[in-house]
Every structure is written in structure tokens, then in C-alpha cells.
Design a protein around this ligand. Structure first.
Ligand SMILES: [Zn+2]
Length: 318
């Protein structure tokens, strides 16, 4: 997607695409939103719309001047900036300056030989060279940063593990509600796929049930960071204060936590949907393998902790 495509969606240029498609109708609905972010940098004035583009410091002139007055002045909706400026003077009627006093704040442009170009407002700057990333960053909803942000999101993380951990942090995994229709007893309470005795829940799976607790205990032995808790909130509270620090043993702990969550969730789903079972040691081996492969891609600075990590995770042979 480039800026001309976006401008198409703003209705500034004729659309090359088929407007009748469902997807284009949906995209066109965002025109009022993205219009506020598009500015026109005037060069020769032959492309920018005199009335609808955001080129004057006051914003688009159509928000200031009525359509009736524009038509009375002999202009129309297709007028460009070069149509309304001549010899560094605006060509609009003199009475507009009393009717619309803010027009006196606009200086007439000195045209150049360059084409007008469109940019995207981002924070207090204008970006020329459109990217979807910048656009999304400009208008996406933002909330306050959660304290555990760095536990979940960091550049060395495994994306599918981070995503699942993010869901777990918000207790968003579909446990009770999703499986209720598949309940093996009376249709009221889905049971844990491991013990089949209590309710399927986040706290039970991470890591209060003995199966999960045993896996977590084996994983804990591979970490230098001492997390002596099988309680989910206790684990998160232990990792969170250190999570943003760029320390090798903290990184290992975060990778281990996310990998353990991922593989326990995978094991739980395999038991329910595929009737496939692994032992605690097999789940641990999968976690070890995943974390080790990720650690092999990371360059660590030498330290005593890194030496221990290399030994524990058998990275010396790499
Ligand atoms: Zn259970």
C-alpha cells in the first residue's frame, strides 16, 4: 500500500480499483479517519486541491469557506492550489477577507518546479514516504503500558510463545466458555484435561496441578533466576520487576516461562482434541529444545552468568 492508494481511498483521485467490492467498500469507510492525517506539501500547486487538501496552516479551506461562496467566486471543487494563486497573490474576492478574516493569516505560496507531494502526519512531524506501520501507529487506540509488558514482548522472544503468554496474562484463553458444550458430565462445567476432576482454568493449568507443577519445576532447574512459586501470579510478580533489564539470565527466564506456557497449553489441547498424551519429561524436553534453539540465535556478552547458561543449555558445542 502506498500513499497514492491511500489518497485514492480519500477520494482525491479516481479509484483504479473496483469500488463495488466488499473489501473496498469497507476500506472507503475509513476516509473520514485518515483524511485528518494527510497533508499536502505544495510544489507547483498543480496537484493539491485548493479546498479539500490540508495545505494551508489553517487546515483545509472547505472547513472555512462555504461551497456557495466558492462557486460564486467562479471556482469549483476541482480547483487546484495553482488555480487560486497568481503572482504570489490569492485570487479570491476581496470581500472574503472581511467575511473570513482568518484568510489573512495565509501567505500565498511561491511555486517551485517540484510536484506537490502528500505526507502523513505522525506525532508533531510529517512523514513523506507512507508506511502502514506509521499510519497504524498514528490512530491506533493506546492504553497505559501494563507493568508486565517486558515479560511478554521483547525482540528475542518467540512470537507464537509471546502471543500466547499475552493471552494468558489477560486470562483470555478459551477454557471454561469454549468447552462448555463439550462437557463430559452434565453440560455445566468443563473439566481439566489432565486430572479430569476439577474445572479447567488458568490457575490450575499454570501451574497448580501436579503435572504442570512438575514440568515447571524441571524448567526452573534450567534457570539462574530463582522463581520459587507454582502460583501464576507469584511467578509473574517475580519476573516483572526484572523483565525490562537486558540481562542474560532474565532473558532465559522469560523464554522459559513463555515456552512452558505454550507447551502446557499445547499438551492440554492435544489431550482434548487429538487424544494424544505426553509425559511430563517429554513436555519438558520440548520446552528445552525450543528455548535452546532460540538461545543459539542470540549473541551474549561474556559474563559468569552467560558461562553458566552455556553449560546448562549445552550451547558450548554450537
Ligand atoms: Zn487438573
Amino acid at each position: 500500500m502506498n500513499i497514492s492508494l491511500l489518497l485514492d481511498t480519500c477520494g482525491m483521485f479516481p479509484l483504479r480499483q473496483d469500488r463495488s467490492s466488499w473489501s473496498w467498500r469497507k476500506i472507503l469507510l475509513i476516509r473520514p479517519l485518515i483524511r485528518n492525517f494527510i497533508v499536502c506539501h505544495i510544489g507547483d500547486g498543480k496537484l493539491g486541491s485548493a479546498w479539500f487538501d490540508d495545505w494551508p496552516p489553517l487546515g483545509p479551506l472547505n472547513s472555512l469557506i462555504s461551497t456557495r461562496d466558492i462557486n460564486r467566486a467562479g471556482c469549483n471543487s476541482k480547483s487546484t492550489v495553482s488555480d487560486i494563486i497568481e503572482n504570489r497573490m490569492f485570487k479570491w474576492p476581496p470581500d472574503w477577507l472581511s467575511k473570513y478574516p482568518n484568510l489573512q493569516l495565509i501567505n500565498a505560496y511561491v511555486f517551485t518546479n517540484e510536484e506537490d507531494i502528500y505526507g502523513w502526519k505522525k506525532d508533531d512531524a510529517v512523514v513523506f514516504g507512507f508506511s502502514v506501520k506509521n499510519a497504524w501507529d498514528s490512530f491506533r487506540p493506546r492504553s497505559a503500558k501494563v507493568p508486565w509488558f517486558s515479560v511478554v514482548w521483547y525482540s528475542q522472544g518467540i512470537p507464537k510463545h509471546s502471543f500466547l503468554l499475552w493471552l494468558v496474562m489477560g486470562e483470555r484463553l478459551k477454557m471454561q466458555d469454549k468447552l462448555i458444550s463439550w462437557d463430559i458430565r452434565d453440560g455445566s462445567t468443563p473439566l481439566c484435561a489432565f486430572c479430569k476432576q476439577c474445572a479447567d482454568s488458568h490457575a490450575h493449568l499454570f501451574f497448580s496441578y501436579s503435572y504442570s507443577a512438575n514440568v515447571w519445576r524441571m524448567v526452573q532447574q534450567m534457570m539462574i533466576l530463582d522463581i520459587r512459586s507454582n502460583d501464576w501470579h507469584g511467578v509473574v510478580d517475580c519476573v516483572t520487576p526484572l523483565a525490562s533489564r537486558n540481562l542474560a539470565h532474565v532473558l532465559v527466564s522469560k523464554l522459559c516461562l513463555a515456552a512452558t506456557i505454550y507447551d502446557l497449553w499445547l499438551e492440554r489441547n492435544n489431550r482434548i482434541f487429538k487424544k494424544v498424551f505426553r509425559t511430563e519429561k517429554q513436555v519438558f524436553d520440548a520446552i528445552f529444545s525450543n528455548v535452546r534453539l532460540q538461545l543459539m540465535t542470540i549473541q551474549f556478552k561474556s559474563s559468569s552468568n552467560v558461562t553458566r547458561i552455556r553449560e546448562i543449555w549445552k550451547l558450548e558445542d554450537v
